[in-house]
Design a protein around this ligand. Structure first.
Ligand code: AMP
Ligand code: TRP
Length: 336
């Protein structure tokens, strides 16, 4: 049987950063070959941070535009906005009745975010966020979920819930999903603090590359990346995190093994590596940026792709929801 792939990102910024792009989106595009792929812009997840309404709408379109620009192909794959398929919220309710309080409370992302916001600033949605994520995945009988390292624990919860449903409601109720985490790019690091993951909530904007940034800006950030006081270019995550991160990015964009790149730069300076890497990254991202702008400038065309995606997704989601509800004893709606 054809494997089914599902993944999603929240519309929480105008541009994806390089970690989202290499750690997730590039994998999504590759996984379309020979598999059935379903990708979503998860706007309901983004509501947990109370976004400004107009900003949320703009970012939902911008996020979908970047997926398409990077190579998510709506002819082969399904691309939709989470809130257009109400079954996600319905299954979340059902799954929440299978989730232990302690289990949800152990999620490190929840612990970090709620510790920062304090009890008064923490909404229940932040707590149930991973249950909504499990609903996203289980609705589509997903086999494979491509994500970065930071989502591993959430995915583990999705697997636990799937196994629990199958043991309580009968085998085959839902598919137990497998993570797809590509080790080399699972964690792209901040250019200014190469021991922290690159993230939109980074302390310094100079450590983050937004894929829609101006070419000069991207080049500048790469050239001013923090390295170390040695002068040798080699890969050593422990003692040379900055250089290792640059080599990882170089390798990801060119498809060349890190060892080959290291051999090429024997006896050369960090400046050489940074200058060449800036050219590589700028060159690779320029077409993505251009294609994103084209999609953003044709919102009707974009919305129509998303509407077709929602229609396809709803059919699968409704069938799953009825199967689960039926096994739980929810009374099926009679035809009048
Ligand atoms: P987020 O930015 O948290 O919405 O993440 C969207 C996707 O990008 C998820 O699959 C993350 O695991 C992945 N991701 C985010 N930041 C990084 C990073 N620095 N390195 C690798 N993957 C990342
Ligand atoms: N929680 C994920 C993130 O922050 C986004 C997400 C929501 C997701 N639902 C998903 C990822 C389902 C994979 C599958 O990146």
């Amino acid at each position: 049987m054809t494997q089914r792939v599902f993944s999603a990102m929240q519309p929480t910024s105008d541009s994806l950063q390089l970690g989202n792009y290499l750690g997730a989106l590039v994998q999504w595009v590759a996984l379309q070959d020979g598999r059935e792929a379903i990708y979503s812009v998860v706007d309901l997840h983004a509501l947990t941070v109370a976004p400004d309404p107009a900003t949320l709408t703009r970012r939902t379109r911008a996020t979908a535009a970047q997926f398409l620009a990077a190579g998510v192909d709506p002819q082969r794959s399904t691309l939709f906005v989470q809130s257009h398929v109400p079954q996600h919220a319905e299954l979340t309710w059902i799954l929440s009745t299978f989730t232990g309080m302690g289990e949800a409370g152990r999620m490190t992302q929840f612990k970090d975010k709620s510790a920062k916001a304090g009890q008064s600033g923490t909404n229940v949605g932040l707590f149930t966020y991973p249950v909504l994520m499990a609903a996203d995945i289980l609705l589509y009988d997903t086999d494979v979920v491509p994500v970065g390292e930071d989502q591993r624990q959430h995915l583990e919860l999705s697997r636990d819930l799937a196994q629990r449903l199958n043991s309580r409601l009968g085998e085959g109720t839902v598919t137990v999903p497998e993570p797809h985490i590509v080790k080399e790019v699972a964690k792209i690091y901040d250019l200014q603090d190469p021991t922290a993951k690159m993230s939109k909530s980074s302390s310094s904007p100079h450590g983050v590359i937004d894929i829609l940034d101006e070419p000069q800006e991207i080049a500048k950030r790469i050239r001013s990346a923090v390295t170390d006081t040695e002068t040798v270019i080699r890969f050593d995550r422990g003692s040379k995190p900055g250089v290792s991160n640059l080599l990882t990015i170089y390798s990801a964009f060119t498809g060349r093994p890190v060892d080959d790149i290291v051999a090429d730069y024997e006896g050369k300076m960090y400046g050489h590596l940074k200058g060449d890497l800036a050219d590589v990254v700028v060159g690779a991202l320029a077409p993505v940026r251009e294609a994103t702008m084209e999609w953003i400038e044709s919102p009707e065309k974009l919305d129509s792709v998303l509407a077709q995606g929602a229609a396809k997704a709803s059919v699968i989601a409704q069938a799953t929801l009825e199967r689960i509800g039926g096994r739980m004893g929810l009374l099926p709606l009679a035809h009048r």
